[in-house]
Design a protein around this ligand. Structure first.
Ligand SMILES: Nc1ncnc2c1ncn2[C@@H]1O[C@H](COP(=O)(O)OP(=O)(O)OP(=O)(O)O)[C@@H](O)[C@H]1O
Length: 238
């Protein structure tokens, strides 16, 4: 692992095997190799279908990898661990205090209010519920979610309202590495600016961000480096 990096992806390859289609193999990426350092926002670029989301999901342990390693530095001990080995306990431990993830869509939890969804990561890390709730409300207000919605379950919220609940939940903790999959896709210009500012604050505190941003103004505002995923295309190489 590179000196000072929080995440090192080393020679990762991934194919999808379509079991319902006679086991057809779809190679996606190969030889994926990059590092992520504190305070940088690395943007995954390249055309649709090239494998950007797949890389994020492999780094988060959602997709198993076929080859290579995903090395993560533990926040307290500094110990380096390989998520690519596919140990589910390690994946859960790293999600707890190592890597945060804001997916494109909020997983709707029935009957749980927006403010509880946002406060939950703090409560599960031992923060008092009253304080966690207050911080969740502040973050939702900063993202312009009307107070009347704070106490309601997001199932009936608009796409942009759900996305803001998702962003608030992902940003409320301080994971050293934060993965963002198109966090501003459904947002209006005002809320895009709020999220851009929130990303800047995370970077200033040393968080390392890896993300996909189709929205060009946001991408230009936040990116410190871009990786063109076409360079890792397994189909081109095949
Ligand atoms: N779970 C899956 N099963 C089978 N194929 C998949 C799966 N996930 C992704 N793929 C395929 O892998 C390729 C890369 O998909 P991916 O979503 O990573 O691309 P992307 O670069 O993020 O695209 P976009 O910019 O359109 O979101 C695509 O051809 C997609 O069909």
């Amino acid at each position: 692992m590179s000196e000072g990096a929080l995440l090192s992806v080393r020679d990762v390859a991934k194919s999808f095997v379509m079991h319902l289609r006679d086991g057809v193999v779809l190679p996606v990426v190969a030889n994926v190799r990059f590092d992520l350092f504190p305070g940088e926002c690395v943007v995954l670029g390249g055309p649709s279908g090239v494998g950007k989301s797949s890389i994020l999901r492999m780094v988060y342990g959602n997709y198993a990898i076929d080859e290579g390693s995903v090395l993560v530095r533990a926040p307290e001990s500094g110990e380096v661990r390989d998520l690519g080995a596919g140990d589910p306990r390690l994946v859960l431990a790293i999600r707890h205090n190592g890597i945060g993830y804001v997916s494109q869509f909020l997983r709707a939890v029935p009957r749980v209010s927006a403010v509880e969804i946002v406060a939950e990561p703090l409560v599960s890390r031992g923060i008092d519920r009253t304080e966690a709730t207050a911080r969740a409300r502040d973050m939702l207000s900063r993202l312009n979610l009307p107070e009347t919605l704070h106490g309601l379950p997001p199932a009936t919220f608009s796409g942009g309202e759900k996305q803001r609940v998702n962003i608030a939940r992902g940003f409320i903790t301080d994971h050293p590495v934060l993965l963002l999959d198109e966090p501003t896709a459904s947002l209006d210009a005002e809320n895009r600016d709020v999220v851009t500012a929130m990303i800047g604050e995370k970077l200033a505190r040393g968080t390392a961000i890896l993300g996909i941003f189709h929205d060009q103004p946001v991408r230009e505002a936040v990116a410190t480096r871009t990786i063109d995923v076409s360079a890792f295309s397994a189909r081109k190489a095949a």
